[in-house]
Design a protein around this ligand. Structure first.
Ligand code: BEZ
Length: 341
């Protein structure tokens, strides 16, 4: 009998007719580490934090977040928040290639640019959404400025510096692979890459033909030279805000949750991520339950019971809320939410 095969389906639910994306305004500010560009959507909402995003290596805010922020069900959420999408230096559309010898900021310095953005916009608090390198940068920012971060959504974060084994593997791969293939291997699992779906073709094309590939390599180098975030369970170095940890089901080391993961759930699973984000905001008191879709409401019951019966981390469990989340947070119960997409 033919074996059943799991097929990866990218969720699609574009904006409805009449739902138009809000106008965007792009700004640049000077910082001690060079200039940084960011794009603001929507208008500030009184007594609400801004949603601030930070993208992964090889991407910019649009290629990383557009499928999520333009997902149909996401609109009822984001219309309640102003959004600030940061492009790492040299990653913005039309960026000039940095001159030879340019000292690209470290991930810690990229985090130190965020206060300049918030000061320029006169925003006092944020909910951060970061992917990969962007998740690391936002975590570093939150450790340094805990009072300004109300919540964090961390997708595929690796909080650790590369160990010598990782370096050896990296060097070996570098002998046979181009920078763009190495970055694709960071973003997606080998299974996804060999499947060569339309999504993979699209991102392979974007990265391979990026006019700013030299800049991308500099961001990649900063990512690979990151230091440990040094989270300590119960110690002084912890994230003080609620955290939603997301790991792609296509991640090669999914069991480790915070290992360097492939898979981009914000591209392939915007519906699941939207739903989880809605619960997360609700937990923070920002979404009335009347805003939940019928689907979300029926899933809440099943997800809640699944989480309470099954204490183990398992692939079939989509969402759980606990205080037991690797080494990222040691806050009160319900402070951290883990999502596997
Ligand atoms: C937003 O509405 O925040 C958004 C729109 C397009 C791309 C990224 C974000």
């Amino acid at each position: 009998m033919a074996e059943l095969q799991e097929v990866q389906i990218t969720e699609e639910k574009p904006l409805l007719p009449g739902q138009t994306p809000e106008a965007a305004k792009t700004h640049s500010v000077e910082t001690p580490y060079g200039s940084v560009t960011f794009t603001v959507y929507g208008t500030p909402k009184p007594k609400r934090p801004a949603i601030l995003t930070y993208h992964d290596v090889g991407l910019n805010y649009k290629s990383c977040f557009q499928p999520l922020f333009q997902f149909g069900d996401m609109q009822e959420i984001i219309q309640n928040f102003v959004r600030v999408h940061v492009d790492a230096p040299g990653m913005e559309e039309g960026a000039a290639v940095f001159p030879l010898g340019y000292q690209y900021p470290s991930l810690d310095q990229l985090a130190d640019m965020i206060p300049c953005i918030l000061q320029y916009l006169n925003f006092s608090t944020i909910i951060g959404i970061g992917v990969g390198a962007g998740a690391y940068i936002l975590s570093r920012y939150a450790l340094n400025h805990p009072d300004t971060v109300e919540g964090l959504v961390l997708i595929n974060i690796d909080p650790n510096a590369k160990g010598w084994m990782d370096w050896a593997a990296h060097k070996l791969t570098g002998l046979t692979s181009s920078i763009s293939e190495m970055i694709l291997g960071h973003l997606f699992s080998q299974e996804e890459l060999s499947g060569n779906s339309e999504l993979i073709q699209k991102y392979r094309n974007i990265i391979t033909h990026a006019p700013n590939l030299d800049n991308i390599e500099l961001y990649w180098n900063s990512y690979n030279n990151r230091r440990d975030l040094n989270f300590e369970r119960g110690g002084d170095i912890t994230l003080k805000c609620p955290v939603m940890l997301v790991v792609g089901d296509q991640a090669p080391h999914e069991d480790a949750v915070m290992a360097d993961s492939g898979g981009q759930p914000q591209l392939t699973q915007p519906g699941k991520l939207t739903e989880a984000f809605k619960y997360f905001l609700q937990g923070m008191g920002y979404m009335a339950s009347s805003c939940m879709t019928r689907l979300s409401r029926s899933r809440t019951a099943s997800l809640t019971s699944a989480a309470s019966i099954d204490g183990n981390r398992s692939r079939s469990r989509t969402l759980s809320q606990s205080s037991e989340s690797g080494t990222l947070s040691s806050g009160p119960p319900g402070h951290t939410m883990e999502v596997s997409c």
